[in-house]
Design a protein around this ligand. Structure first.
Ligand code: GDP
Ligand code: IMO
Ligand code: MG
Length: 428
C-alpha cells in the first residue's frame, strides 16, 4: 500500500516544499523519500554536496548529496534546480553509485542555471577556514561558500557555459588566475587540466542539462505534482540563520522560489522536518546544547555523526524558541517529527521553551549572546522502544504528551512522526 500524506493538495500547478527547520540533518531525505511516492517530480533548489541525505528502504541504504531524495521511487523525475551549486566530479560519482545499484539515472535533470563548484572553490574554502582560526565556521570543506561567492560576484560558471568551450576556457583561466594569486600556496590544477576534465564531464552530463525554468514550469502546467526538497536547515540560512555560522544560500522555503524560478503563488504546502531533539555540526550558537552525558547519549543513540564529514554532531534538547522562529521564516503548514525513537530510555527529557538575557525574555535573535540563559521544561521520559509503532495514538503516553507539547509550542499540526530509519517506520 502506498503511503498517504495529507497532500498533494488539489490545486493543480502548485508545488509543495519540505524544509529542515533546525541546523540540518533533521531527516529531510527520509521524509522526502516517503512523500515522493505521491509526486511526479522531486526538485532540489539550493546547496550542493554539503548536504547528506540518508535514506533506507529495505536493504537499500544510501546517502545522497545532490541528487534529490525521490530517487528510490522509480516513477519520480529528479531535478537539480538553478539555485544549487554542483561539483561535476561529485555529481558523476553519485550518478555512478546510483547506476551501480540499478537506479535509472536518466531521470536526473539539471538546470542550465545551476553553478559549478570547482577544485579551486574547495581549496578557497579550506584556506578561508584556516584564516579564520578560532572563529572557523566548521564548513564541510566542499567549496560551497566560494562557489556562491563567485555567483554573487558574477564570475561564476554555470551548466549553460558547458555548451560553449571557448568562452568556458577563458572564464576558467581568469578564475583560476585569481585563485592562484590569492592562494599561492594551494596546489591547484592547471587551466588546461581543469578545462579537459570539465569538458569530459560536460560530455557525460549533456543529456541531463535542461532549460531549468522551462522544464519545471512545463511540468507544473501539465498537472504534474512537484515536491521541493530543502537542504541544510532554516537556522543555517544565509540571511536569517546564526550568521556568520551559516551556509551560503537561502535554505528557507522562500529559497525554493528564488532557487527554482517559481513565484510565491506557485507554492502549496510547506512541511517542516524537525528532529525530536536538536543537533548541530560545525561551530556557532546552539542554546539548547547539552555538554554532559545526556548529550553524549543522544549522539550515541541517534548515530549523530555527519553524513558528509563524519564529524560528531553536537546534541541538545528540542528548542521551541528556535522552532517558532523557523515556523515564521517558512510559513509552515505541517510538521514531520523525526527520530522520536532515539528518546526511548533517555530518562527525563527537556524542551527549551524560552531564552532570557540579563533577566529579560528574548527571542531567537539573541541566540549568540554570551549572557543567554535557557528556560527548560522537563518531561517524564518513556522506556519502551517505539520503532514498531504505526499510530501516534499507540505511542507510550509520555511520548504522546511530548509530541503534543511540540505541536502546541510551534502551533503547527504534526502530520507524522518518524520512529526509525526505515521507510515503513512511521506513526501517523
Ligand atoms: P537530512 O540531511 O535532513 O536528510 O538528514 P541526514 O540523513 O543527514 O541525517 C538523519 C539521519 O537519521 C539519517 O541517518 C537517517 O537515516 C536517520 N533517521 C531519519 N529518521 C529517523 C528516525 O525516525 N529514527 C532514527 N533512529 N533515525 C532516523
Ligand atoms: P543537510 O542537507 C548539517 C553546516 C556546516 C557548517 C555550515 C557551513 O544534510 O541537512 P558549508 O559547507 O555549507 O559552507 O558549511 O553549515 N552544514 C550542514 N550541517 N547538515 C547539512 O546539510 C549542512 N550543510 C552545511 O557543518 O556548520
Ligand atoms: Mg544531512
Amino acid at each position: 500500500m502506498r503511503f498517504q500524506t495529507n497532500g498533494p493538495h488539489d490545486d493543480v500547478g502548485k508545488a509543495d516544499i519540505i524544509v529542515g527547520i533546525q541546523w540540518g540533518d533533521e531527516g529531510k531525505g527520509r521524509i522526502v523519500d516517503l512523500y515522493a511516492q505521491e509526486y511526479d517530480v522531486v526538485a532540489r533548489f539550493g546547496g550542493g554536496d554539503n548536504a547528506g541525505h540518508q535514506i533506507k528502504v529495505g536493504e537499500t541504504d544510501i546517502a545522497l548529496r545532490i541528487v534529490p531524495s525521490g530517487v528510490l521511487n522509480p516513477h519520480v523525475a529528479l531535478f537539480i534546480g538553478g539555485g544549487t551549486v554542483v561539483s561535476l566530479t561529485g555529481l558523476l560519482d553519485e550518478l555512478d553509485r546510483l547506476a551501480a545499484i540499478g537506479i535509472d539515472i536518466s531521470r536526473v535533470k539539471i538546470s542550465d542555471r545551476a553553478h559549478l563548484v570547482f577544485p579551486y572553490h574547495a581549496a578557497a574554502d579550506r584556506s578561508n577556514e584556516r584564516a579564520r582560526g578560532s572563529r572557523a565556521i566548521g564548513t564541510t570543506g566542499r567549496g560551497i561558500g566560494p562557489a556562491y561567492g563567485d555567483k554573487v560576484a558574477r564570475t561564476g560558471i554555470t551548466f549553460a557555459d558547458l555548451a560553449h568551450p571557448e568562452s568556458l576556457a577563458e572564464k576558467l583561466r581568469v578564475n583560476l588566475a585569481a585563485r592562484h594569486a590569492s592562494m599561492p600556496d594551494e596546489a591547484l590544477p592547471s587551466a588546461q587540466e581543469l578545462l579537459d576534465s570539465t569538458l569530459a564531464a560536460a560530455q557525460r552530463l549533456a543529456a541531463h542539462v535542461v532549460d531549468g525554468v522551462d522544464y519545471l514550469h512545463r511540468r507544473l502546467e501539465a498537472g504534474d505534482r512537484v515536491l521541493i526538497e530543502g537542504a541544510q536547515g532554516s537556522l543555517l540560512d544565509i540571511g536569517f540563520g546564526t550568521y556568520p555560522y551559516v551556509t551560503s544560500s537561502h535554505t528557507i522555503a522562500g529559497g525554493a522560489c528564488t532557487g527554482l524560478g517559481l513565484g510565491p503563488t506557485a507554492i502549496g504546502r510547506v512541511i517542516g522536518v524537525v528532529k525530536a531533539y536538536c543537533t548541530r555540526v560545525g561551530a556557532g550558537p546552539f542554546p539548547s546544547e547539552l555538554h554532559d552525558e545526556r548529550g553524549e547519549r543522544l549522539r550515541a543513540a541517534g548515530g549523530e555523526f555527519g553524513t558528509v564529514t563524519g564529524r560528531p554532531r553536537r546534541c541538545g534538547w528540542f528548542d521551541a524558541v528556535a522552532g517558532r522562529y523557523a515556523v515564521r521564516l517558512n510559513g509552515l503548514t505541517a510538521l514531520a517529527i523525526t527520530k522520536l525513537d532515539v528518546l526511548s530510555g533517555m530518562g527525563r527529557i527537556g524542551i527549551v521553551t524560552g531564552y532570557r538575557e540579563r533577566g529579560r525574555d528574548v527571542g531567537f535573535a539573541a541566540a549568540g549572546s554570551p549572557d543567554l540563559e535557557v528556560v527548560v521544561e522537563e518531561f517524564e521520559g518513556w522506556k519502551e522502544p517505539i520503532g514498531d509503532v504505526r499510530s501516534i495514538a499507540d505511542l507510550p503516553e509520555a511520548a504522546r504528551r511530548y509530541v503534543a507539547r511540540i505541536e502546541e509550542l510551534l502551533a503547527v499540526p504534526v502530520e507524522l512522526v518518524s520512529v526509525g530509519r526505515e521507510r515503513s517506520q512511521l506513526a501517523r
